[in-house]
Design a protein around this ligand. Structure first.
Ligand code: F6P
Length: 524
């Protein structure tokens, strides 16, 4: 095994003067509600007015990036060098959406387009059951939801979880003869996906489909395993080792998207993401959207101490954006050792959560406005609606702006009191009630505006987040491309599954009392 090179940025952040001055300047900076801070990138507007700012903070952000060898890492990322050191591979998702990709990528792209063209011209497969989990699932759900929310010629169902209800529900009521199973798994070893895939093949066979695998597509970096599993060689689409699972949306994993909403959608997303890649590679630090977003996030996490980030897409079509970004952000930045294997001495990636607006306003926005903690919020909205009810859209836009303004400006005690008095509440009661109506304000937010939701703008939006996460990974000195934390539980689950089926407990390691109790009870 080759030893992965140690990265020059993995020194202890607390020993780095540029870090200390960044955090110090972050704490001293304030929000300037009257000064618009707007960065435009690939057709997307990023409004940072709701974030802390000072010229000193901006300067120390740039100095920090230089001290962390940011451009060196960015070059490695974009040129496909093995930046994922713990897995000894590149993270070259930008190549998947490049306008002139390497030959292997282009060939697979063309194969996929050809496959969809044939299926469409033969009017084949009215139903698709997409089986995959994590990165082999969320990007497809997101794009199918975004562009097929109002109906599609093909019906698309998803099965991700090992919970049998997932595959049962996905198959229910479909005609097996007219259903394509798309099984997406980069590793082709993921237990959930393989089990669900088996159920789908059995379902086809028991319905009398003579050759069930003719209705199965496998998308994987391990065509050998897919073939051994039964997939037909001509129906296996490839991805590569250097495509991280949570970045695989840009590969043939998008086949379901293409069958559901068209190959043009993928092409548009590639174009938008690629435009964001170019912006990320070339725009100066101060007008570079992913960089500025990353620095604002670092201030929120490490100078202000916010442990979470709320995502509020004010767009029904982006219902799956939150889980998509949860995987992207938390699988990438949920680490606490640096590239040398030493503990990172400062807090790293925040927990990411959220829900589309305006539903979110009636669920947890109270906490965002008035709790003792609060969280920074990314508001995301489209200027132009995709429907024909302008009143709805005006109201949606108004709600988005209003919530953000309330977080930013807050409401003072005096204003709250005045409001109560004007409502005719008697003075003593008004003084008491006003205290409950105070909004502290100054709670950080981004506003991200897409002119309208198109494949291009969605592609650009996702690439914006990808690169933001990368920049933060560089500053923290962690590897944002591995996910060892997910592996341990998988191993334990395998052992417990064997025990539940009558096997022996794992050698050597005893369960804790509670796990032992429930393993016994469930096995009984
Ligand atoms: O959840 C862990 C993970 O390894 C993700 O990184 C990945 O997207 C998912 O499992 C599915 O993996 P695969 O595509 O190999 O089935």
């Amino acid at each position: 095994m080759t030893t992965a090179p140690l990265m020059p940025t993995s020194s202890n952040l607390l020993d780095q003067p540029e870090w200390s001055s960044f955090v110090r300047n972050g704490r001293a900076a304030t929000v300037h509600p009257r000064r618009l801070r707007l960065v435009e990138a690939a057709g997307v507007s990023l409004d940072l007015t709701g974030q802390l700012f000072s010229p000193e903070l901006a300067e120390s952000g740039a100095a920090l990036l230089t001290a962390r060898n940011f451009t060196y890492h960015r070059d490695k990322l974009l040129s496909g060098q093995p930046i994922n050191t713990t897995e000894e591979r590149a993270a070259w998702h930008t190549m998947l959406r490049a306008p002139a990709p390497v030959e292997s990528v282009n060939a697979e792209r063309q194969r996929m387009i050809e496959f969809v063209r044939n299926a469409d011209s033969e009017r084949r497969w009215r139903n698709i059951v997409h089986i995959g989990i994590g990165g082999s699932d969320w990007g497809v759900r997101l794009t199918v939801g975004a562009f097929g929310y109002a109906g599609m010629w093909r019906q698309v169902r998803f099965a991700a979880s090992i919970d049998g209800h997932a595959i049962e529900g996905a198959l229910a009521g479909l005609d097996p003869h007219d259903t394509l199973i798309v099984l997406a798994s980069k590793s082709f070893t993921t237990a959930e996906t393989l089990e669900n895939g088996k159920r789908a093949v059995e379902w086809q066979r028991s319905a009398g489909v003579a050759d069930p695998f003719s209705n199965v597509i496998a998308v994987t970096a391990r065509p050998d395993l897919a073939k051994a599993w039964g997939a037909k060689e001509s129906q296996i689409f490839r991805l590569w080792d250097w495509v991280g699972g949570r970045f695989s949306l840009w590969s043939s994993v998008g086949l379901t998207t293409a069958l559901a909403v068209g190959t043009d959608v993928l092409a548009g997303m590639h174009a938008g993401a690629s435009a964001m890649d170019t912006h990320f590679a070339t725009a100066p630090f101060e007008s570079n959207a992913p960089i500025q977003m990353a620095l604002a996030g670092l201030v929120n996490r490490c100078a202000l101490g916010y442990a979470s980030l709320n995502i509020a897409p004010y767009d029904f079509r982006l219902s799956n954006l939150v889980p998509y970004l949860q995987q992207l952000e938390m699988e990438s930045l949920g680490k606490s050792v640096d590239l040398n294997g030493d503990p990172v001495s400062v807090p790293t990636g925040p927990a990411v959560w959220g829900m589309p607006g305006t539903d979110a306003q009636h669920t947890f926005f109270q906490w965002l406005h008035q709790s003792s903690d609060g969280a920074p919020v990314d508001f995301i909205v489209c200027q132009e609606a995709g429907h024909h009810w302008p009143d709805h859209h005006r109201s949606l836009l108004a709600n988005c702006l209003a919530q953000r303004e309330a977080l930013l400006q807050g409401k003072t005690y005096d204003d709250a009191l005045q409001e109560c008095l004007e409502a005719g509440i008697e003075p003593e009661k008004a003084k008491w009630l006003a205290k409950h109506r105070v909004h502290p304000g100054g709670r950080p937010s981004n506003l991200i505006v897409l002119p309208k939701l198109t494949p291009y703008t969605l592609g650009a939006l996702l690439a914006l987040y990808e690169h933001k996460v990368f920049v933060q990974g560089v500053v923290w000195g962690i590897n944002p491309f591995d996910q060892w934390g997910v592996e341990y539980g998988k191993v334990l689950a395998k052992g417990i599954t064997a025990e539940l089926s009558g096997g022996q407990p794992r050698n050597g390691v005893a369960h804790d009392a509670s796990t032992a109790y429930w393993v016994n009870k469930f096995a009984g």
